[in-house]
Design a protein around this ligand. Structure first.
Ligand SMILES: Cc1ncc(COP(=O)(O)O)c(C=O)c1O
Length: 403
């Protein structure tokens, strides 16, 4: 049996594969869905007469803000429309608080800390690192953050200034936070401090590829909990239309809304209003954005199914894997502390996987067990090869075989 695994390893080596499944990116057939955007003709003016070609409309054109307001279920006064990505807006939010937070700028706090569910998005951890903000990991369950641990961290650590999470189809393990979890999170966090920032990167707001758990709009929950001044929700069209060529949305209120306006007013003369208009002309309304996302779903779902068909063949003793209903990732958790070894073996066979550990702050996965798989960006044939490699690598590492 072990000899058979080694033979499979050796024959895969002969194939000299070169496949990269490190990042969750749309494949070109998904990008083609939005090609009409490139040549769409638009007027020179926004709905309320702003010249789209000029400076001005610092916080987004009216019709883009309306679209954002529909998608985020937040009043238009609370919604700004920007450019590029949710990651950029997340970064700008941290920057704004770092420099100017109302009570005390975070730069003046000796060792500011954020609570971050793990596993999480590597770029979030890198971003916090840039600011010298310590990311304190908290476990993530099917219905959201471990609230007991969340509460314990707030009681036991000093200088916690906020939390950052992906509340729907969490990157990488795919959880959809329940309404109850979010309401309780808001209650505990706001009781701790009325300056505690709830920062949500809602990158996968509309990225279901299978029927998904119901989730009330985040903004509605924040309002119900009375924490909208402490809440920031960002999202973007990076995986709706074009990476870096989409538009982004920001929902917040009170001091938090003022802060983003303050930093952006110094930093950016105005968003790309022509691109905002193009997007609004292309989609018209939130329903048509959702219909467009169904087309993405049809292209993405079969790739997840291919990946599962391989993972299902792995014996349960090796580990287990997530079956998300949306987003871009599958998480495989090994039962033994072998994630690094598995990733190394895949590399030897020409398949690049997100480095082990990168879904934890400072690349520190205490169990060395979490592996992120990103099945969307490669062809189905390449994905099948990559998954074959992955399963062989898991078995080799699990049985500690010499290859
Ligand atoms: C949680 C999360 N946020 C942000 C991004 C980047 O997307 P955006 O371009 O919207 O920032 C990704 C993509 O990999 C992501 O997984």
């Amino acid at each position: 049996m072990h000899q058979e695994i080694i033979t499979r390893f050796n024959s895969l080596k002969e194939k000299q594969l070169s496949i990269d499944i490190t990042r969750g990116k749309p494949d070109s057939d998904q990008l083609d869905l939005s090609n009409a955007l490139i040549d769409i003709s638009i007027p020179n003016e926004s709905e309320d007469g702003a010249d789209l070609r000029n400076y001005g409309e610092t916080f987004g054109i009216l019709e883009a803000r309306k679209l954002g307001s529909e998608l985020l279920n937040a009043p238009i006064d609370n919604v700004l429309a920007f450019e590029h990505s949710s990651l950029l807006l997340t970064y700008q939010t941290v920057l704004a608080n770092f420099l100017f937070a109302e009570s005390k700028p975070w730069k003046d706090i000796k060792n500011p800390k954020f609570i971050c569910p793990v596993p999480g998005f590597d770029r979030h951890f890198m971003m916090l690192d840039d600011f010298g903000i310590e990311a304190i990991p908290v476990p993530l369950h099917d219905d959201g953050i471990d609230l007991e641990e969340f509460s314990n961290i707030l009681k036991s650590k000093e200088d916690i200034v906020g939390m950052l999470c992906v509340p729907r189809h969490s990157n990488p393990s795919g959880e959809i936070y329940s309404d109850e979890n979010l309401l309780e999170l808001f209650r505990i966090g706001s009781q701790f401090s009325d300056k505690f920032l709830f920062l949500f990167d809602h990158a996968y707001l509309i990225h279901d590829f299978l029927p998904s758990k119901e989730q009330r709009p985040l903004w509605e929950l924040a309002v119900e909990a009375g924490v909208e001044d402490q809440t920031v929700v960002t999202t973007s069209f990076s995986k709706v239309t074009f990476g870096g060529g989409g538009i982004s949305f920001y929902a917040s209120s009170g001091g938090s809304l003022d802060l983003i306006k303050k930093v952006r007013t110094t930093m950016i003369i105005c968003p790309d209003k022509l691109n905002q208009k193009r997007h609004v002309e292309f989609f018209k309304d939130a329903d048509s954005v959702k219909a467009h996302m169904q087309k993405h779903a049809e292209l993405i779902r079969p790739k997840f199914e291919i990946a599962y068909s391989y993972l299902e063949k792995l014996p349960d003793e090796c580990g287990n894997f997530s079956r998300p209903t949306g987003g871009y990732f599958i998480t495989y958790c090994t039962n033994k502390a072998i994630a690094t070894k598995v990733v190394e073996l895949c590399k030897r066979l020409g398949v690049l996987i997100t480095p082990a550990g990168s879904t934890f702050p400072h690349n520190n996965d205490p169990k060395n067990s979490v592996i992120r798989l990103a099945p969307t960006y490669v062809s189905k044939d390449d994905l099948a090869d990559a998954m074959e490699v992955f399963t062989v690598a898991v078995e080799i590492a699990h049985h500690n075989l010499e290859v």
